[in-house]
Structure formats: structure tokens, C-alpha cells
Write a protein that binds this ligand. Structure first.
Ligand code: NI
Length: 245
């Protein structure tokens, strides 16, 4: 195990030394949006950041400052949610990576915590991979919950109760990272199992308490510990392969 190599906690000579042995960097990307009545608004940001840092620790890899706010227009009818405009989100991705590129970073690996970011991450990184002005650079992302080991745990523990938003898995990770993350004392009413998203207002009308099909009462800090460990294994394997390419 290594100590976390957080860019913001390094000196410039630390970064120069790091670049002599690796051009890879992990960049957490999250969302600040409601996660039902009992879970933290920063759930996606906290998951992405803590898991990216844990991968950094396991591999002695550099972790860039996170992009905490993502694309969450559909959650804006709930207090506290924040969203970037799509063009802002794309510009932030381009500016983070082009800054780091100027110093010699070449393998940009985003650890994503939010389903709503996937389409834009996909399209943006695909464009950037085709960009001839940075021919040695490569960009990719992973959804922390989607690796084979992690998927298996989520299915085995939570089944239907996992739902699509404010899932017990992501809540478990926040409980592990932040012990004050609340666990509901009583079970919530079953959440709507609809799958439509639509506008902020239609989302709130369809999912009145913000959850999509999930049962947050299933989350435990112990499950969070195991989920972080499995996500680190899944992601570390993929990161090593990506950086070696
Ligand atoms: Ni989430």
C-alpha cells in the first residue's frame, strides 16, 4: 500500500518525479444531486473521489482534483442539486486534461460516479481520442459500480432493491467514507419502479422522494468497505492495462 498521491497535495518537484515513471492520472468525476430523502447530495462525488483515491493508493498513481459537479438537470426540482451545462462540463474535461497534458500526462482515466454523465463522457472522450493535436494522449472512463466483481456483489446483496438511483451500493460507500452519512431508521415506502427520466418537473412527479426503485435501508458501512475493495480491484486491472497501452 502507498500513501495517496493527490495532485493538490504534491509539490511541483513531486509531480516532475512522478512523470518520470508514469504519465497516467486518475480523475474523479461525480455529481451533486439529490439522492432521496436519506442519502447525501454529494453521494456520486464522494463515491468517485474515494474510489479513485483508493485506486491511487493501491497503484501509487496520481489522482487529479475531482470534477465534483456533473450533469444533473433532471434532479433540479430537489433542493440542493447542482448541475453544469453540458458545454461547461465538456469544457471542464478539456481544460483539466489539456492543463495536465502540457506537463507530460498522457493517459487520462476518469472514474465516474454518475449515470447522467455517461453519454457525454463517452462522446467527449471519443472526440478527444481522435484529436490529432494531442496524438500521444489517450482518454477513457469507468463507472465505479460496473466492473465484474462489483456488479456481482451488488446483484447478490441487493437484487431488486438496488434500483437505479440512490442505490444501497452507492449509499453504503458514502457510509463507509463518511460515518455521519445517515441510514434510515425505518424503511421507506417502496420507490417508483418507473424508468423514465425527462425534465426536472417530470422526474419529481414520477419519483416524489427522489429515489428510482431503490431501498436505501439495505446500505451498511461494512458493505461499503467491500464495495470499495471490489471496485479498486476491477478498476486497478483496467487502469494498468490502459496506461500500458
Ligand atoms: Ni448516484
Amino acid at each position: 500500500m502507498f500513501t495517496p498521491m493527490l495532485l493538490a497535495h504534491c509539490t511541483w518537484p513531486d509531480v516532475e518525479r512522478y512523470l518520470e515513471r508514469s504519465t497516467g492520472v486518475l480523475i474523479p468525476v461525480g455529481s451533486i444531486e439529490q439522492h432521496g430523502p436519506t442519502a447525501l447530495i454529494g453521494t456520486d462525488a464522494i463515491c468517485a473521489e474515494s474510489i479513485a483515491e483508493a485506486v491511487g493508493v493501491a497503484l501509487d498513481a496520481m489522482v487529479a482534483p475531482p470534477i465534483p459537479v456533473g450533469l444533473a438537470e433532471h434532479h433540479m426540482a430537489f433542493a440542493g442539486s447542482m448541475t453544469l451545462r453540458k458545454e461547461t462540463f465538456v469544457a471542464v474535461i478539456e481544460d483539466y486534461t489539456s492543463s495536465l497534458y502540457r506537463h507530460g500526462f498522457r493517459r487520462f482515466y476518469f472514474v465516474n460516479g454518475h449515470g447522467g454523465n455517461i453519454g457525454t463522457l463517452n462522446a467527449t472522450l471519443k472526440d478527444m481520442n481522435g484529436n490529432k493535436t494531442a496524438p500521444q494522449a489517450a482518454y477513457t472512463f469507468v463507472n465505479w459500480w460496473a466492473g465484474p466483481r462489483t456488479k456481482k456483489l451488488r446483484a447478490a446483496w441487493y437484487g431488486e432493491g438496488e434500483g437505479l438511483h440512490a442505490t444501497p451500493s452507492e449509499i453504503a460507500v458514502t457510509q463507509r467514507v463518511n460515518p455521519t452519512a445517515t441510514k434510515p431508521a425505518r424503511r421507506l415506502e417502496p420507490a417508483s419502479t418507473a424508468k423514465t427520466i425527462g425534465t426536472a418537473d417530470t422526474y419529481r412527479a414520477t419519483y416524489p422522494d427522489g429515489r428510482m426503485g431503490s431501498d436505501p435501508a439495505l446500505a451498511t458501512p461494512e458493505a461499503g468497505r467491500a464495495l470499495i475493495a471490489s471496485a479498486v480491484e476491477d478498476i486497478a486491472e483496467h487502469y494498468r492495462e490502459f496506461v500500458a497501452r
